[in-house]
Design a protein around this ligand. Structure first.
Ligand code: SF4
Ligand code: SF4
Length: 372
């Protein structure tokens, strides 16, 4: 398992995490064994926005002797009092639900306390007015909550909360369909894509620049991308391609995957040993809309570069530096082979499915960092 470091705190988070949206279909024993197997295989990040109350007690049993090895995302606004999930902005209900989640998980602290699923300014104002953000801040001061997070689908709203300077983690839906097919937020049709590709990419870069990690939800677009009949591109992608796509976005620390039991878990874990060719998602350059044209998505499909440049990484550091990420400057300058080594062979231009003029871009990147 590979791990990425949370900038605010230094926790090492597994690149594969587990979501709770599908596990409730298994029985208690299977849930417990699945979570144990996940931990044994190095997965340490678990989102707890479940659709039912059912998995919590099995999770509690599964991690009873390894609580210090796992991180939980607990949602302040998910209510399970009726046995099923319900959204709430009522402070007393939130307090009761959080207490219940802590006792059922057999723990007395929360690694990531999340402002839960808000997409509009009115929701943000309501939870502020109702004291939910103050409650989270108080618990953080007391050490009960270690980090504050936000789950949302809307870049504009996320930017507003980032402006408040309280976030360490963001849970956001990232996949090629949402990035390139855009759309309106519509829970009824299960369409959660908001914002143009430029707006969404700018958000990922802002998170990276400000040290806010991203845990990715809906990496397969609710399964739509895995089937040509439902994919907005009319072509299917594999799970490994979708996972790698999300992991290549700036700021992303972990991709949360839904599993229905041990068999699904084993399939997900196979990502860790899959060859690079199976994770190569550059095929989206052949069917994504024109928005994708000419923009490097850091996929490294153009490798190998005869001069030894890591083309995807150089492009990522450049985009981040331009977005104001000071660390990206340092990272770039630490690279052994930089843009000035490009010998303009044209190999990357001919290989890039997104038609990025990479030779020109390397010159631009070199000029940019030379001046800094
Ligand atoms: S230049 Fe093209 S192929 Fe190379 S990393 Fe960027 S998008 Fe991928
Ligand atoms: S043009 Fe430059 S960056 Fe691209 S493959 Fe050739 S040497 Fe590498």
């Amino acid at each position: 398992m590979e791990y990425r470091t949370l900038p605010h705190g230094g926790e090492k988070i597994s690149i594969l995490g587990i979501g709770t949206s599908s596990i409730q279909t298994a029985d208690d024993k299977e849930i417990e064994e699945t979570i144990r197997t996940a931990v044994e295989n190095g997965i340490n990040y678990f989102d707890m926005a479940s659709s039912e109350a059912k998995p919590f007690s099995a999770y509690g049993r599964a991690i009873s002797d390894c609580r210090d090895k796992v991180y939980f995302q607990i949602h302040f606004g998910a209510n399970y009092s009726g046995g099923m999930y319900g959204w709430t902005a009522d402070l007393d209900t939130v307090k009761c639900s959080v207490d219940w989640q802590l006792s059922t998980l057999k723990t007395d602290y929360i690694d990531f306390g999340f402002i839960h699923c808000i997409d509009g300014e009115s929701d943000l104002r309501m939870i502020e007015k109702n004291g939910i953000i103050d409650y989270l801040l108080r618990l953080k001061k007391q050490g009960v909550v270690r980090h504050i997070g936000l789950s949302s689908h809307t870049p504009k709203l996320v930017n507003q909360v980032l402006d408040m300077g309280i976030l360490d983690m963001l849970m956001f839906s990232i996949n090629p369909a949402y990035d390139y097919a855009g759309g309106e937020l519509d829970y009824a049709t299960d369409s959660y894509a908001v914002g143009s590709v430029a707006e969404r990419m700018a958000l990922y870069r802002r998170c990276e620049a400000e040290g806010v990690g991203i845990s990715v939800m809906k990496a397969f677009s609710g399964g739509q991308l895995l089937d040509a009949r439902t994919s907005p591109f009319e072509k299917e992608l594999t799970k490994n391609q979708c996972i790698q796509y999300a992991l290549d976005k700036p700021g992303v620390l972990t991709v949360l995957l839904g599993v229905r039991g041990k068999a699904d878990l084993q399939k997900i874990l196979s990502f860790c040993v899959a060859p690079q060719e199976e994770k190569d998602y550059s095929v989206i350059g052949t069917f994504a809309p024109h928005d994708a044209e000419g923009h490097c998505v850091y996929c490294n499909h153009c490798a190998p570069c005869p001069a030894g440049l890591n083309i995807g990484l150089i492009n990522k550091y450049y985009d981040l530096a331009v977005a104001g990420d000071k660390l990206a400057h340092e990272h770039y300058h630490k690279l052994e082979v930089k843009a000035d080594q490009c010998m303009k062979c044209g190999h990357c231009n001919s290989r890039c499915p997104f038609h990025v003029e990479q030779m020109e871009r390397m010159e631009q990147i070199n000029n940019y960092f030379k001046k800094k």
